[in-house]
Design a protein around this ligand. Structure first.
Ligand code: PEP
Ligand code: MN
Length: 339
């Protein structure tokens, strides 16, 4: 249920409503709108009609059921798009498209700093790089782990770029959160409910990737796991889904951008690198993502992709990335955005 407060409701009235929600056995989540607050009352769906008794309380305008199975992620709870703050200088969800770029994995100090400097020079807003890598094969490079996090922090110190890096299990989530500006939940983990709950308890923004065989509704239900734990900073990422097509690594579902826009207030990012698996296709899909209205992009860039420890074939060289940034700026202007 959503409790819509009146525009002029006082703090005391709101506190009374929060207290009543708790007494009824539900958890309140306050969402601050531009003109009024709404309170999501989350809990057992079966007894939710009892929440209607809140309607006559002072300061309450209405109590309305949320029809979708995802509640806090739903557009019903908040009509305007969420703008999620990552750092003093970076927020995702406004008219500025946020570009995150860097290698698939952190490999060495030289590699990550060279990458960070190159993507910064081209105008990227954030650095990406995996320190803990979830690999399909146990024999593939698994990442530098904490050493990788330290190197990412060093790259941030040098360039000023905040970074996003993957968290692969609940046990190492606190460690990753100590270093990272944004936590990435990878495609292979996007229905790892224990991990989703864990990052929901942390106070760091989360980039939630869509699983390879996940419907849009399932993606929103995974976002709901994070939101319902109290972390309201969730950004969704479409990174290609598995279909019968083998010409690309995955199939980029670009329609996910307008579909998600119609269902959720959460920002949507596109990953054209994992979606295509081939550096030749990354630029076209990046431009298309900007045109489709994506709030951000996450793009793999490597100074020496031929020798990359992971995902070299889909990584752009810095010069190609700089060229792409220039083109994306022109497409962004056509859809009233900036990069
Ligand atoms: C990555 O970003 O390097 C990655 C592993 O992505 P995904 O989870 O989308 O495969
Ligand atoms: Mn990768």
């Amino acid at each position: 249920m959503i409790i819509v407060m009146k525009a002029g409701a006082t703090k005391k009235e709101k506190d009374e409503v929060l207290k009543r929600i708790r007494e009824l056995g539900y958890t309140p989540h306050v969402i601050h709108g531009t003109t009024r607050d709404v309170i999501g009352a989350i809990g057992d769906e079966r007894g939710k009609l009892v929440l209607q008794t809140i309607e006559p309380m002072h300061g309450v305008e209405s109590v309305v059921p949320i029809l979708q199975p995802y509640k806090l992620a739903s557009k019903e709870v908040m009509k305007e798009s969420s703008i999620i703050r990552i750092s003093d200088s970076v927020s995702i969800g406004g008219s500025k498209i946020v570009v995150m770029a860097g290698p698939c994995s952190v490999e060495s100090e030289k590699q990550i700093i060279e990458s960070a400097e190159a993507v910064k020079k081209a105008g990227a807003d954030m650095l990406r790089g995996g320190a803990f890598k979830p690999r399909t094969s146990p024999y593939s490079f698994q990442g530098l782990e904490e050493e990788g996090l330290k190197l990412l922090a060093k790259a941030r110190e040098i360039t000023g770029l905040p970074f996003v890096t993957e968290v692969i299990n609940p046990e190492t989530a606190d460690l990753v959160a100590e270093y990272a500006d944004m936590l990435q939940i990878g495609a292979r983990n996007s229905q790892n409910f224990a991990l989703l709950k864990k990052v929901g308890q942390l106070r760091k923004p989360v980039l939630l990737k869509r699983g390879m065989a996940m419907t849009i509704q399932e993606l929103l239900m995974s976002a709901e796991y994070i939101l319902s734990e109290g972390n309201q900073s969730v950004i969704l990422c479409e990174r290609g889904i598995r279909t019968f097509e083998t010409a690309t690594r995955n199939t980029l579902d670009l329609a996910a951008v307008p579909v998600l826009r119609s269902k959720t207030h959460l920002p949507v990012v596109i990953d054209p690198s994992h979606a295509t698996g081939n550096h030749h296709y990354v630029a076209s899909m990046s431009l298309a993502a900007v045109a489709a209205g994506a709030d951000g992009l996450i793009i793999e860039v490597h100074p020496d992709p031929e020798h990359a420890s992971s995902d070299g074939p889909q990584s752009l060289k810095p010069a190609k990335f700089a060229d792409l940034m220039e083109k994306m700026r022109r497409v962004a202007a056509a859809v009233d955005k900036t990069i």
